[in-house]
Design a protein around this ligand. Structure first.
Ligand SMILES: Nc1ncnc2c1ncn2[C@@H]1O[C@H](COP(=O)(O)OP(=O)(O)OP(=O)(O)O)[C@@H](O)[C@H]1O
Ligand SMILES: [Mg+2]
Length: 1025
């Protein structure tokens, strides 16, 4: 119910007991429909299971589903047939008592399917051993065999069970299924000889004819064609069933028979009987001249005779004559054709019916448990539910009577258990208002007064008893009964709804009108005694057995069908009364066997006739809900601070505190010894709603706690992991560092050693050091090479080992620079350098101003030709002017300075004043040239005195001293004639007269005539020489 509580808002209500409007049929149907539309075919009424046929395969019967339901509290999971089966089983095990599951519902509602599901559940869920497996197999395969012989296609159901079945499953003390026993009720034998249009005979006939092997059919004299057999044909055709595969079913049945211990002769005899019934159906009678039935050379009869092992004559006599016993004599009375047909059909029905009983017994033998140990049972009752047709006959009368009995049983058992529970719990019994149907059961079954007694009396009465005389008798006897009414007994209004041949019973489930036609015949189920005698002669062991056992006293009249049924029902009631009940009520969702269709009218009809509302009323008469204190407290304890999270005291007291806290009113609940009883579902729902709300809060809190806990755990784990990784990483780093340091120590040591022995010859100790030193020096050298040839100082000082190499390298580098330089210079530069070279040879280290002159380039001339007077040019042009430069000429006497142009030609040097050549010095006459060592620009040409034309030596001052003299030395080839003179220079003023030029250094350069008559030349001192 707890499961129902939580699910109630989702798809209807899982338990009708919790339906607030429990007397409202529409609310009941709405709930069923709502659930059915979601494929929820099961709903509870307390422990009763209502099942609505879905007419489609649902995925709710798998092994997985079975596992889910195994051993789980009934109300904890959604309603299911497995829950009911499991609960019955566990209650049986824990209380060591017997149980039964009553499955009822109208034809096609799913009773047989439900019983199979239960059986399968036990087969899977119960413990097993190899020995027990065989019993279990037999129980499972007994179904297809019984269905083959006892089921048929009807208009309502392609596999309709035409008998009631009660099966005991026996369990030993360990809960193993160790045996089984079947009781069958009221097989519809009439189907053997006649079926309504669109219906069929029992499946076995079709299975044999269509599925039987050729040999077998030959042996049985059968043809593989159902059309051939009049018992299988109605109005010239056989009903077609697409849902059935005869050949497969035949194989299943054959296989099942061998599992259930049928030996070959049993099987042969069994099929002999089935075949003989078919042949019997084809036996045709002819009328002789007096209208009596005759049988001449009938092949079919011969087949019957062969198959049953009965003399053909005897058989023929049995089918055409009736033996009448008159005191001592026996007289044979011939049948009319109709009578003979009746007798033939009666025989067919009897043979088949008795064989069916034999089959059930045989199956029982094979499932029997021979172990004497204590056993408990669960009975499965798959029996027809209440039937109401347009025309209701003897069969419906029996069936509805059966349902009345079962309803009475239900009321008794339910009330009994309610009362017992109230007593056990110490709660005062509150009388429950419900309809007790005992009055109707009595109406049907009471000895001497009930309808069955009247019927039996009418059947036994000598004279012409008919169905109508039976009705009259009923009217006489039951006239005043409130639940019985006929056309004659009714008032005007009701009379319109009844025919003269009808009687109406007011069953617990509603009114049903029966038509008396056929009651007498069907109740008699007459089989003439002489034909029974004939059957006893049969060589077919099954037939012999079937007819031998009963009616040994052939003179006694056999029990009527109704009486037999009544006593078998009494037996069944006894069986059931001693057991704990469980109910499954099957409902048909629609007449057309369509999935997903819920026919409101049809279901309402069934709800009524299955007494579901009545059942609910009884269940709800007292308290809607009851639960053990422990269970109740466990579920709802979060709703009260005093009981949450733990109630330390007695559970009952905890519940009392809890319900007080919840504000239950005194008449809403009762406290029993072990259980709390709650009267109305709404009280419970309110509690459950509060629980739902509270549950969410609790869940959130627990979730938060749990998440926190998980998160902390995770954090701790991560931290530990991080520490671990860190430790490992540090270890790795430390080891690396250690290696690095070890390596460094080694290197340093080696370095020091190398350093210390660097001067020694190459050894292992110093070789690396030296290599390092070399490399280091070379690397440094590479970056610090002198950039110019002139840079003589910046060459890196080499380490001792590289002294030699360094010198070589230096040289190489110098050469390289020189080469590069040389390659880079032009012809002009070259000429210039050559000139500078000459200058160097003459003056280097001799004259103070030389170094400053080095960087001053020489030019071709200092005076261009345009600036030389034309006249002069004309005079000297033929000598080719090589160089001209302005100079200051000092007079030899008085040293007066005069500006002059000094022009060098190929031949001579000219001192020119404007257009006048003042002096011409032919190079051959130039004895020498003197200059001082200081930085002045005085040039003195010493001219040969023998040249008379010459005026004396030429004293000049020129700013381009080095250039002039270099050019002169080249043009006149006078290199060796140029002298750098230390101190004063003498010169010839004229032949025999000398002059002197003194040189000194001073602050300021000047040239003047000194007091001593010398020419004084003061030059500024140069910084360095
Ligand atoms: N739970 C179910 N799931 C799917 N189909 C079902 C279920 N129950 C019944 N059926 C369908 O309904 C058909 C009739 O069911 P079943 O033979 O059990 O009815 P029944 O109540 O035994 O009828 P009868 O009284 O005629 O024997 C089945 O053959 C099957 O097709
Ligand atoms: Mg059935």
């Amino acid at each position: 119910m707890e499961g129902a509580l939580t699910a109630r808002d989702r798809v209807g209500i899982q338990d009708f007991v919790l339906l607030d409007a429990h007397t409202n049929e529409t609310a009941f149907l709405d709930n069923l429909k709502k659930r059915f539309s979601e494929d929820l075919i099961y709903t509870y009424i307390g422990t009763l299971l209502v099942s609505v046929n879905p007419y489609k395969e649902l995925d709710i019967y798998s092994k997985k589903q079975m596992d889910i339901y195994m051993g789980v509290n009934f109300f904890e999971l959604p309603p299911h047939i497995y829950a009911l089966a499991d609960n019955a089983y566990h209650t049986m095990m824990s209380e060591a008592n017997n149980h039964f599951i009553l499955i009822s519902g109208e034809s096609g509602a799913g009773k047989t399917e439900a019983s199979k599901k239960i059986l399968q559940y036990y087969a899977v869920s119960c413990p097993s051993t190899t020995l027990l497996d065989s019993v279990r197999d037999r129980m499972l395969v007994s179904n297809p065999v019984l269905e083959a012989f006892g089921n048929a296609k009807t208009l309502k159901n392609d596999n309709s069970s035409r008998f009631g079945k009660y099966m005991d499953i026996q369990f030993d003390i360990q809960g193993d299924a160790v045996g089984g026993h079947i009781l069958s009720y009221l097989l519809e034998k009439s189907r053997v000889v006649h079926q309504n249009h669109g219906e069929r005979n029992f499946h076995i006939f079709y299975q044999l004819v269509e599925g039987g092997e050729e040999d077998l059919l030959h042996q049985l004299g059968l043809e593989s064609n159902c059309q051939h057999y009049s018992y299988l044909v109605q109005q010239d055709e056989c009903a077609n069933v697409t849902s059935i595969n005869e050949k497969n079913d035949w194989k299943t049945v054959r296989n099942a028979l061998s599992v259930i211990d049928f030996d070959e002769s049993d099987i042969q005899h069994l099929f002999g009987i089935i075949a003989s019934v078919l042949h019997l159906g084809n036996v045709q009678f002819e009328a002789d001249s007096k209208g009596y039935a005759t049988l001449n050379n009938n092949t079919e009869l011969r087949w019957v005779s062969t198959l049953l092992g009965i003399n053909v004559q005897v058989l023929q006599e049995g089918l055409t004559y009736r033996k009448i016993e008159a005191k001592t004599d026996e007289v044979l009375s011939p049948f009319t054709v109709d009578h003979a047909i009746y007798a033939r059909d009666a025989l067919a029905k009897a043979i088949y019916g008795r064989t069916f009983t034999w089959l059930v017994n045989k199956i029982n033998d094979s499932m029997e448990n021979k172990e004497p140990s204590r056993k408990t049972v669960i009975g499965l009752l798959d029996i027809y539910g209440f039937e109401v047709f347009y025309v209701n006959s003897f069969e419906q009368f029996c069936i509805n009577y059966c349902n009345e009995k079962l309803q009475q049983l239900f009321i008794q058992l339910t009330l009994k258990s309610e009362q017992e529970e109230y007593e056990a719990e110490g709660i005062g019994w509150e009388p429950v208002q419900f309809f007790n149907n005992k009055i109707i059961c009595d109406l049907v079954e009471e000895k001497h007064r009930g309808i069955i007694s009247v019927l039996d009396e009418e059947c036994l009465r000598p004279g012409e008893a008919t169905d109508f005389t039976f009705l009259e008798r009923l009217e006489e006897k039951m006239g005043s009964h409130p639940h019985f009414i006929t056309h004659k007994l009714s008032d005007k209004k009701t009379r319109k709804t009844l025919d003269r041949g009808d009687f109406r019973l007011l069953h617990y489930a509603g009114e049903v009108t029966y038509c008396v036609v056929g009651f007498i015949d069907k109740n008699n189920d007459m089989l003439y005694r002489n034909i029974k005698d004939v059957m006893r002669q049969s060589k077919n062991a099954i037939v012999r057995e079937c007819f031998a056992s009963t009616e040994s006293d052939s003179r006694r009249r056999p029990e009527t069908v109704a009486s037999q049924f009544k006593s078998s029902l009494l037996g069944l009631t006894d069986i059931l009364m001693s057991k704990e009940p469980w109910y499954v009520r099957c409902l048909k969702s629609n007449e057309s066997k369509q999935p997903g269709r819920f026919d409101n009218v049809l279901v309402r009809h069934q709800v009524k006739y299955l007494g579901l509302m009545e059942h609910l009323r009884v269940r709800r008469a007292g308290f809607a809900y009851r639960r053990r204190y422990e269970v109740f407290l466990q579920r709802y304890k979060p709703l009260c601070p005093a009981t949450w999270p733990h109630w330390r005291g007695v559970a009952a007291e905890g519940v009392e505190v809890l319900v007080q806290h919840l504000g239950y009113l005194p008449d809403e609940y009762k406290m029993g010894r072990t259980k709390i009883f709650i009267r109305h579902p709404r009280t419970l729902f309110a509690t459950e709603d509060a629980f739902e709300v509270c549950k969410h809060k609790l869940a959130s809190r627990i979730q938060a706690q749990y998440k926190g806990y998980r998160q902390k755990g995770e954090f701790r784990r991560q931290k530990e992991a991080a520490t671990k990784i860190e430790t490992c990483w540090r270890g790795v780093q430390a080891r690396k560092e250690k290696e690095r340091r070890q390596w460094a120590v080694k290197v340093i040591k080696k370095f020091i050693k190398g350093y210390m022995t660097r001067g020694e010859a190459k050894t292992t100790d110093n070789s690396e050091y030296l290599a390092f030193v070399r490399q280091n020096y070379l690397n440094r050298l590479k970056d610090n090479l002198p950039k110019t040839v002139l840079d003589k100082t910046s060459w890196l000082t080499p380490p001792p080992v590289l002294t030699e190499a360094s010198a070589i390298l230096r040289q190489l580098h110098m050469r390289l620079m020189v080469t590069r330089y040389v390659r880079g210079i032009t012809a002009q530069q070259k000429a210039q350098l050559q000139l500078k070279g000459i200058t160097s040879v003459i003056f280097k280290g001799k004259k103070d101003s030389y170094p400053q002159s080095v960087c001053q380039p020489f030019v071709d001339t200092r005076i261009s030709e345009q600036d030389i007077n034309m006249k002069v040019l004309q005079i000297i042009r033929h000598e080719r002017v090589k160089y001209s430069v302005p100079v200051v000429k000092y007079d030899r006497n008085g040293f007066k300075p005069r500006p002059r142009q000094l022009i060098l030609t190929q031949m001579a040097a000219y001192a020119v004043d404007e257009a006048k050549i003042k002096q011409r010095v032919q190079y051959t006459n130039l004895k020498g040239v003197s200059v001082s060592t200081l930085s002045d620009g005085i040039i003195i040409f010493h001219i040969a005195s023998e040249d008379v034309k010459q005026k004396g030596d030429l004293v000049m001052q020129c700013d381009h001293l080095f250039e002039v003299l270099t050019k002169l030395s080249v043009v006149a080839n006078k290199q060796s004639a140029i002298n750098v003179v230390q101190g004063s220079i003498k010169f010839q003023i004229q032949a025999g007269k000398e002059g002197i030029v003194d040189f000194s250094s001073g602050q300021e350069s000047m040239v003047y005539k000194d007091k001593n008559g010398h020419l004084m030349v003061v030059s500024t001192r140069t910084r360095a020489r």
